[in-house]
Design a binder for this molecule. Sequence first.
Ligand code: ADE
Length: 221
Amino acid sequence: MTIDILTLFPNMYQGIFDESIIKRAIDEKRVEINIHNFRDYTLDPHKKVDDTPYGGGAGMVLTCQPIFDCVKSLRREDSIVILMTPDGEVYKQKRAYELSKCGHLILICGHYEGFDERIRSICDMEISIGDYVLTGGELASMVLVDSIVRLMPGVIEEDSHVNDSFNNNLLDYPTYTKPRVYEGMEVPEVLLSGDHKKIEEYRREMSLQRTKERRPDLLEK
Ligand code: ADE
């Protein structure tokens, strides 16, 4: 998979993909992540990428030209162009699975007060990572990349994510490791029993119970 990220703040990405699982996926050439400063694409002699809004109002608005031209130069037949915006579809694990199967993602990060509405016309999808407003789409794009790359074949063992929270609309069950007793808190007996059927039943029950308590909205789905 190739992921191209369009931003005005490429330095924000320094280090973020240089650790842990994402770094390994890059090193193993399962994914290539490129950061593009769309200011490099502006035809404005002063390198401007924004302007005042028609109709008046506060702040500056990102113009179409640099983003259109940057996307045009990157687009392939299999590209999915995604706009990071708080008014997009709220991001869920199901969408992460779908996107992990794509060949090419182009993520556009807005900034400042907003972007020219016509930029939406070149996007296949608009995604919000939650009902709050960030200063720009950069952090949201990092969240997307992390959640997608870990689901790509071979990046982590499939066993590690089939039981993730949100699969089958359930939260994950609790896990424990050594020691058996820590500060008076004991590991549930069933996990020490070696009875795999019982352990599976216990985990399923705990998943359900936890989802009921914390996220009943998931069970309604
Ligand atoms: N840009 C600003 N806020 C955002 C959000 N919540 N999700 C995605 N992009 C954003």
